[in-house]
Design a protein around this ligand. Sequence first.
Ligand SMILES: [Zn+2]
Length: 303
Amino acid sequence: MLNVGVDLGGHNISAALVQIDGDSSRIISRIDRKTPSGRKLPEVVDCIAGMTAELSHNKEISFVGVGVPGFLDVSRKIITKLPNFSGLENINFLEHLKKALNKRTMSPSLGMENDANCFALGEAFYGVAKGCSDFIVLTLGTGIGSGIFVNGRLVTGAHGMAGEAGHISISDFKDLKCGCGSAGHLETLVSADYIERMALKEGLPGDFKSLWQMRHDKNADVLISNALETMARGIASLIAILDPEKIIISGGMSKAEGIALELEKRTTSWLPLPLRKHLNIEVSNLGADAALYGAALIDLLRR
Ligand SMILES: [Zn+2]
């Protein structure tokens, strides 16, 4: 069976052709495109349909799953809120994608899921969460996403919006507006976007990778240490509620050398004593491929 997993981002769209074959499923090929400027619905669905056609090489595609960086409704057909870019909200996204695929004489089944949930699914099947029944994936990048598994099942909540750790209320700074429409949330204080904005204000490099490498500079170190400390508090709160086997970090910031260990040290001090010895923060070994595997496997959630 051939499925396509799509990772829809504000800047880029990635898609992978995945051969589904139990434990030996694998990505056969992948392509990346810039997200159409303006991020208008017709252009976005046409881009995804075009990428799917290109990947298929005229073979039959059974399923196309799309990972979306935002809140979805419980039916998984409508995007309720995209915190970091707009234009695709409150419409039946899958219906439009279906039409774009039909125009190319393709009629696969379709599914949609929050992108961090796709990461978690990918990690559960083929990554470092394989065999874990309780774990949390945190995607650390432009925003902070999370996907949560409890008792071997993805947690989606009563309204389809569970597992949004980036929107934990962690600061009383009401002026720190969050893309979700509220304020003072975890991702307003620790996302790469925020750290990079603060760095530019201080005359430091505006990219997280360079900042991490220049932590000998006191100002760079203060910025990063403050963000890690806040993140550690968020992680400790999640652990206190869910008692997971492990926390898996993914996304651009997770590539910073030693970040998992540093987060572990800081998180420990915020945890209740009995939970401290179980703390385990690991970096994803699949990276961005986890989201593509997860998107390609969304239909398994519905069974
Ligand atoms: Zn928020």
